[in-house]
Design a protein around this ligand. Structure first.
Ligand SMILES: NC(=O)c1ccc[n+]([C@@H]2O[C@H](COP(=O)([O-])OP(=O)(O)OC[C@H]3O[C@@H](n4cnc5c(N)ncnc54)[C@H](O)[C@@H]3O)[C@@H](O)[C@H]2O)c1
Length: 437
């Protein structure tokens, strides 16, 4: 089967590499010529574990290639995915669909033979209808159908998620499209990944509703963590006790500095806007957004509560990306946290295993360091913001020796409080009884 992916970012590149790995012939297209040049040199323009080897193998075996020109690959394709970005629109927070519609127009002009056009980008309900209208208007002769197939992969575990999804959601009522989609995903179906066929609008909404539910779970446990601190309870014990209930589940019950990343904040904002436009406001989700926004700067107040007046103090921030195993800095909680620390007068040193280059462009007046111990050098406190594996087993004696005062603010609760306090550190986790005010 011939597949063309328009938009070679996280989702486009991972999907393209995985479809090629299944044996399909895949062309990934992007308007960013520099990105395509990097891929054509056999380099990967983003950090995702395992992706380099998978791309290298499929390119070598002739199943995967990259181009800036979509005409031929779209004309030859059985399936064309739209996987371009859908960021927040400046000014009003709705999803910016200009990239999706531009891609639809370019695809329209190149279509030849029956083609399934698939919106994989996260798009508001009705966008696939509009993609269909655009293509019909530009190419009334074209033989095509538009399918919604939202993506649920997580950065940092993207290949595993793509190859072992909880479900594959496919929004279409077109029988010919169904044959193509079944063939595309057949290897996963053989792995018993459930294929959920729905209406196109339902498929579009499933993606937003799922993200909103996950964000609600995170925000819920964050507020319970705050309450634990007031009451002297331990949020990790509470989360375990709650999560063992099968109706609730243990995942996404880890408190932290608030959710960020390339998806949750913008998708939830877009869903809130859709609800308001439809006079069906999503009040719970609106509150989740507001609570989460406030939380990021509140984490700086937590640092101040642990260290005292921050003016002139040096704070070492470990972890900058919004989660481990990615270099993605989009909407990372570290950004508002660091800005707030600087507003309080602190000097900030920072270290991230792979995100430093991305972070440089987003953060001013930060001293970027080569490792966790260099970062902690002379610091009045270390703040763990992202739970990279390498921060889980730091040499605590070495860390202590290099710091001006041994205080750890662990915003991911990766250290057992008793162990670290025994080593002479002041320790402040999230939702921890030691933080009882
Ligand atoms: N990143 C994730 O973890 C994730 C997970 C699930 C869903 N999504 C959704 O998938 C979509 C893509 O996200 P992403 O993180 O991969 O975005 P990204 O910003 O990493 O990549 C988008 C790519 O599309 C390219 N592009 C834009 N217009 C184009 C056009 N007309 N033709 C060809 N290429 C074009 C850009 O140059 C860019 O390389 C978004 O809607 C996002 O919400 C992302």
């Amino acid at each position: 089967m011939r597949v063309t992916i328009v938009g070679t970012g996280y989702v486009g590149l991972v999907s393209g590499a995985c479809f090629a790995d299944f044996g399909h012939h895949v062309t990934c297209v992007d308007t960013d010529a520099a990105k395509i040049a990097v891929l054509q040199r056999n380099e990967i323009p983003l950090y995702e574990p395992g992706l380099d080897r998978m791309v290298e193998t499929s390119v070598r075996e002739g199943r995967l290639d990259f181009t800036t020109d979509l005409k031929k690959p779209v004309a030859d394709a059985d399936a064309v995915f739209i996987a371009v970005g859908t960021p927040s629109r400046r000014g009003d927070g709705h999803a910016d669909l200009s990239y999706v519609y531009a891609a639809a127009r370019e695809i329209a002009m190149a279509l030849a033979g029956f083609t399934v056009v698939i919106t994989k980008s996260t798009v508001p309900v009705g966008t696939s209808d509009e993609v269909e209208r655009i293509i019909c208007e530009m190419r009334p002769d074209a033989d095509f159908t538009v399918v919604s197939n939202p993506e649920f992969l997580r950065e940092g575990a993207a290949i595993q998620d793509f190859k072992h999804p909880d479900r594959i959601v496919i929004g279409t009522d077109n029988a010919r499209a169904r044959i193509v989609m079944d063939e595309l995903y057949r290897p996963l179906y053989l792995n018993r990944a459930p294929m959920l066929y729905t209406g196109r609008r339902s498929a579009e909404l499933i993606k937003y509703a799922a993200n909103a539910f996950l964000a609600t779970k995170i925000t819920f446990i964050n507020e319970i963590a705050d309450l634990c601190e007031k009451l002297g309870a331990d949020v990790q014990e509470v989360a375990r006790g709650v999560g063992l209930d099968n109706r609730i589940g243990a995942k996404f019950l880890h408190p932290g500095p608030g959710f960020g990343g390339s998806c949750l904040p913008k998708d939830i904002l877009a869903l809130v806007k859709t609800g308001q436009d439809q006079a069906a406001p999503l009040r719970i989700v609106e509150t989740v957004l507001a609570v989460n926004d406030a939380r990021k700067r509140a984490m700086a107040r937590k640092v101040a509560a642990a260290v005292g007046n921050l003016r002139g103090k040096t704070i070492a921030v470990l972890g900058l990306t919004f989660k481990p195993n990615t270099d993605d800095m989009r909407e990372a909680p570290s950004i508002p946290l660091i800005t707030a620390l600087q507003d309080f007068g602190a000097r900030v040193r920072a270290y991230d295993p792979v995100g430093t280059e991305q972070a440089r462009g987003l953060l001013a007046d930060v001293t970027f360091c080569d490792g966790p111990y260099a970062c902690a050098n002379g610091a009045d406190a270390v703040v763990i913001v992202t739970e990279w594996e390498q921060f889980r087993a730091l040499d605590l004696d070495r860390l202590k020796a290099t710091m001006a005062s041994p205080v750890v603010i662990d915003l991911r609760n990766i250290y057992p409080a008793r162990e670290i306090t025994k080593r002479g550190f002041g320790y402040h986790g999230v939702g921890h009884p030691l933080d009882k005010g």
